[in-house]
Design a protein around this ligand. Structure first.
Ligand code: 6GU
Length: 225
């Protein structure tokens, strides 16, 4: 998979993909991420990419022309499966969306800043709008990093047995069960017996029950939709 990201603050996206599982995905050649500075497509020598909003009010709006130039140039190299705008008024990201997007070849992610991008870019070019939750970030970059991480780890061959996505929270609409490591007794709190029984069928049953109980307690909404 290849992911292009357009941003006015590319520095924010310099390191999130250089560690751990995202690094492995790239080292294995399963994922490439290219961050592009929108200023490269600025409308003038001052590097302008935003302007005052019509109707007045505080906050700048990212202009159409630089974005169109960027999208057009990047589209010459790739047939994008989706042009994604990360925005708090998008569809809230969930594991199902990450699973679906992980099956794509080429994605373009546009990060908004200030008041966001001109509405006409959203109407004409953007095919998918994604939010990462009901709170506001200063810009789309951290949301884009979250999105890329959630997708990248699902690419076939990225995870191994140790990091398998099959046991993650949300994979069956269930939260993950509790986990333990040494010591067996930590300040009087013991590791559940069953986990040391060596009986894998019993262990799996226990984990499933714990996952179900945890989901009922904390996220009953997951069990109904
Ligand atoms: Cl995608 N962008 C911003 N700026 N804030 C957010 C968000 C996105 N998702 C949740 N909050």
């Amino acid at each position: 998979m290849h992911i292009d990201i357009i941003s006015v603050l590319p520095e924010l996206l310099a390191s999130p993909f250089e560690h751990s599982i995202m690094k492995r995905a790239q080292d294995k050649g399963l994922l490439t991420v290219a961050v592009h500075h929108l200023r490269k497509w600025a409308v003038n020598e001052y590097g302008q990419v935003d302007d005052y909003q019509y109707g007045g009010g505080a906050g700048m709006v990212m202009m159409c022309e630089p974005l169109v130039s960027a999208i057009t140039e990047l589209s010459a190299n790739r047939q994008f499966d989706a042009i994604i705008y990360v925005t708090p008024d998008g569809k809230t990201l969930n594991q199902r969306m990450a699973n679906t997007l992980s099956l794509k070849e080429n994605l373009l992610i546009i990060c908004g800043h200030y008041k966001g991008i001109d509405e006409r870019i959203r109407q004409k070019y953007v095919t998918l709008e994604i939010s990462i939750g009901d709170y506001v970030l200063s810009g789309g970059e951290l949301a884009a990093a979250v999105l890329v991480d959630s997708i990248g780890r699902l690419l076939p061959g990225v995870l191994n047995d140790e990091t398998s996505a099959l046991t993650d929270s949300f994979q069956d609409n269930l939260l993950a069960p509790p986990v333990y490591t040494r010591p067996v007794d930590f300040e009087g709190m013991k590791v559940p017996e069953v986990l040391m029984s060596g009986n894998h069928a019993k262990i799996e049953e226990w984990r499933y029950e714990q996952a179900l109980q945890r989901t009922k307690d904390r996220r009953p909404d997951l069990l109904t939709d």
